[in-house]
Design a protein around this ligand. Structure first.
Ligand SMILES: [Zn+2]
Ligand SMILES: [Zn+2]
Length: 184
C-alpha cells in the first residue's frame, strides 16, 4: 500500500478521518490517531457545526458545535458570543459543560447567570447544587442570598430559616411563588 499523494512512498498508516493511506511526509498528526495533513488543516468535525460570519472581537456571534474533534476525539468546544455545544464557552453558553457569563448546562459555570444540575457563578445560580451571589437550588450556597431545600449564606431561606433580606429580595425579583410554605 502506498501513499495516496505520493504513489511511490510506502504508506505508514491510514488517516483516521478520510481513510486514505498516508506516507510519513503526509502524516499531519500521529497522536492520538494518525490524521493526514489535509484533514488536520480542515479540522472537520464529526457532527454538526455552524459558525456565523458575523463576529465580535474575533469571536463568532454564534457558534454551534455538536461534534467531535476528529484529531483529539474529544468533544469540540463551541466558542462564541453565543455558544451551544457539548462543551461551550461564551458570553451565553448552553452545553453539557458550559462556561461563560450566562450559562445553561449539566455543569454550568456562569459569571452572571448559570442554570444547571451543578450551577456555579458569581451572579445568579440556579441548580440542583447552586453556588452564587444569589443561589437557588436543592442545595444552595449563596454569597449574599441562598434559597433552597438546604441553604447556606449570610441571608437564607430554606426549610427552617426565613431571613428578612432574602425574603425581600425574592419578593422583589423572583415572586413569592417560589417561597417555601414556612416563609409566606
Ligand atoms: Zn485525511
Ligand atoms: Zn505522501
Amino acid at each position: 500500500m502506498n501513499c495516496y499523494v505520493h504513489d511511490r512512498s510506502a504508506a505508514v498508516g491510514i488517516c483516521a478521518v478520510c481513510q486514505k493511506a498516508v506516507c510519513r511526509a503526509c502524516v499531519g498528526a500521529d497522536a492520538p490517531r494518525i490524521v493526514c495533513r489535509a484533514c488536520l488543516e480542515q479540522r472537520a468535525v464529526f457532527g454538526f457545526e455552524y459558525r456565523s460570519a458575523a463576529a465580535i472581537g474575533g469571536w463568532p456571534l454564534i457558534h454551534i458545535c455538536l461534534g467531535m474533534d476528529p484529531v483529539t476525539m474529544r468533544p469540540k468546544v463551541a466558542r462564541g458570543v453565543v455558544a451551544i455545544g457539548n462543551v461551550a464557552v461564551g458570553a451565553i453558553a448552553i452545553a453539557g459543560l458550559a462556561c461563560g457569563l450566562v450559562t445553561i448546562g449539566g455543569a454550568s459555570v456562569g459569571l452572571v447567570f448559570s442554570l444547571g444540575g451543578l450551577a456555579a457563578g458569581l451572579g445568579f445560580s440556579v441548580g440542583g447544587l447552586a453556588i452564587g451571589s444569589v443561589a437557588l437550588g436543592g442545595l444552595a450556597i449563596g454569597f449574599v442570598h441562598g434559597i433552597g431545600g438546604a441553604a447556606f449564606g449570610p441571608s437564607i431561606i430554606d426549610a427552617r430559616r426565613c431571613d428578612r433580606a432574602t425574603l425581600d429580595f425574592v419578593r422583589q425579583w423572583l415572586g413569592s411563588g417560589i417561597l417555601p410554605p414556612n416563609c409566606r
